[in-house]
Design a protein around this ligand. Structure first.
Ligand code: LMR
Length: 398
């Protein structure tokens, strides 16, 4: 039965980690997968998370199932993070949230919901976008279209072309927007551009779907929600997928959420009943631990303050690495202008390195970068910077 099955190609991001782990070279550097490293090159557990876990282990009395959409207090905490505490959408009970296994789980649940419960089969994603978006939505049976997003020559948002494309999206179709820290380019719309996006969304009547995987890693927890909240003020219905992998460091706990906002509480509850069917027929109900951590931290003022300071420090370290990277490349005699990297936000930079250069970096020097040229700035450290920039300078010279 199985002998005819062909080997699947390695995953463009997680496959790199597999190859990296097997690589015996001592100076290897993994700038592939979006995982944060501290100054010493480790991926730490947040102090706020450790403290929450101690409490959870002390107080938990059962391992019985969670409800299909997870614990209601988790959903409430997630919504407050997305919208702020007193948002009118929350007051009107127009938003419902399900705890999903990671942001990817949220995308897949939403993909299934769009396929089964909406009258469209099509989702529009930015070009480029996260490597897994297309695959997840296609696996849910959706047709994936793209809208232009990035001007590779100008190293900036292709905003005009993006708006032109959005003007053609038919009402009722779905448009995926990165709420902040665009993956892979690191280029986000500014406040004025978000207003224009809100305008076109309201005028055309398509359904915005925000992928919100990096809240707090751009300009801060509140500021990173500006774009989403700007659109939310103009349209009645939308979807949000959240991930707490990065901003809580909960990568392997798979803590994510899908939030649906409807016109009324009744609409929201009916849609929620369908979301629950999509979940039940997929993984039944979510794993508890990661969600319990997020709820505990967000609902305790002291842990919340500690966590916020940890997110702020992480964000500052990443931005420090952006500056150091640009300065070190310059010091190594690289003539190409890399200053655009300091204008990008979040973990990632679209470096402009070609596929061939990426292959040389990996094969000759043990430096792992995603094939698109996306580099994870959050894995740069003061101690790997010198070698990294020496090698990039060499590779750029051909
Ligand atoms: C990334 O883009 O590197 C992260 O979101 C991890 C992943 O699952 O790909």
């Amino acid at each position: 039965m199985f002998e005819h099955i062909e080997t699947a190609p390695p995953d463009p991001i997680l496959g790199l980690t597999d190859a990296f782990v097997k690589d015996p070279r001592p100076g290897k550097i993994n700038l592939g997968v979006g995982v944060y490293k501290d100054e010493s090159g480790k991926t730490p557990i947040f102090a706020s998370v450790k403290r929450a876990e101690e409490r959870i282990l002390r107080d938990e009395t059962t391992k019985s199932y969670l409800p299909i959409p997870g614990a209601p207090e988790y959903g409430a905490a997630v919504r407050r993070m997305i919208f702020g505490a007193d948002h009118p959408i929350l007051e009107a009970k127009r938003a419902v949230t399900a705890h999903t296994p990671g942001g990817t789980g949220a995308l897949r649940v939403a993909g299934d919901f769009i396929k089964v419960n909406l009258s469209t089969n099509r989702i529009w994603v930015s070009a480029p976008t996260w490597e897994n978006h297309r695959a997840v939505f296609q696996a849910a049976g959706l047709e994936v279209e793209t809208y232009p997003y990035y001007d590779a020559d100008g190293k900036q948002l292709a905003f005009g072309a993006m708006m032109q494309a959005l003007e053609t999206v038919p009402a009722g179709e779905v448009v995926l927007l990165h709420a902040c820290c665009h993956n892979p380019t690191g280029m986000d719309p500014d406040a004025e551009q978000w207003k224009a996006i809100a305008d076109v969304t309201a005028r055309r009547g398509f359904l915005p779907f925000f992928d919100f995987a990096y809240q707090g890693l751009g300009g801060g927890l509140e500021q990173d929600a500006t774009g989403l909240r700007t659109v939310a003020a103009r349209v009645d219905e939308f979807l949000v997928s959240s991930s707490f992998a990065k901003n809580f460091g909960l990568y392997n706990e798979r803590a994510g959420a899908i939030t649906l906002v409807a016109r009324s509480e009744e609409d929201a509850q009916r849609a929620f009943s369908q979301l629950k069917v999509r979940i039940r027929t997929n993984y039944s109900n979510p794993p508890s631990h990661g969600g319990a951590i997020v709820t505990t931290v967000l609902n305790d003022p002291e842990l919340h303050a500690l966590w916020e300071s940890e997110v702020t420090a992480m964000c500052a370290r990443i931005n420090g690495m952006r500056t150091l990277f640009v300065e070190t490349l310059e010091a190594k005699g690289v003539e190409r202008d890399f200053s655009f990297i300091t204008r990008q936000r979040g973990m990632f930079s679209f470096s402009g390195l070609t596929k061939d250069q990426v292959a040389v970096l990996r094969d000759q020097y043990g430096i792992y970068v995603v094939g698109s040229g996306r580099i994870n700035v959050a894995a740069m450290t003061p101690s790997n910077m010198d070698r990294l920039c020496t090698v990039i300078a060499e590779v750029l010279q051909g």
